[in-house]
Design a protein around this ligand. Structure first.
Ligand SMILES: [Zn+2]
Length: 146
């Protein structure tokens, strides 16, 4: 391995992203005997350590943020017992039942029970086709028979 090949893979080796064990061993041997590549490897390791120790700045300002207040309200609402919301649901269902029953009663009241004419069971629907028998009491309506 020459210095050009070594320096192409040096950053991968320092960052432990080199996976081929043969390449890793070849690079390790070159870095151990080459002062230029050894110095470069030390500089890369120091840079990696420095990058890992940096504090990540916050991406938004938490002092003026509304989130803490919103989060506190959400948590307070979630900690309330669910009795209040279920009571509202039951009241709404009761009101809906009353509306349905009232509408049904109103429809029964305004709609005639049947479209057929009202006929009492003992009253003949049509005049008889034949004259009544001699002993029969006529109702006054008799068919016109010559
Ligand atoms: Zn070298």
């Amino acid at each position: 391995m020459n210095c050009g090949e070594a320096q192409q893979e040096l950053a991968l080796w320092v960052g432990q992203d080199l996976t081929d064990p043969v390449r890793i061993e070849t690079l390790r041997r070159h870095v151990a005997i080459c002062p230029v590549c050894g110095q470069r490897a030390k500089a890369l390791k120091a840079s990696l350590v420095a990058l890992g120790s940096l504090e990540v700045p916050q991406t938004y300002d938490t002092i003026d943020s509304l989130w803490p207040e919103v989060e506190a309200r959400i948590m307070a609402r979630q900690s309330q017992p669910p009795m209040r919301s279920s009571l509202v649901i039951w009241a709404a269902l009761g009101l809906l039942s009353l509306v349905i029953l009232g509408g049904t009663a109103w429809m029964w009241r305004t709609t005639p029970p049947s479209a057929a004419p009202a006929v009492t069971p003992n009253e003949p629907v049509a005049p008889p086709l034949y004259p009544p028998s001699p002993g029969h009491q006529s109702s006054g309506i008799s068919p016109a028979i010559p």
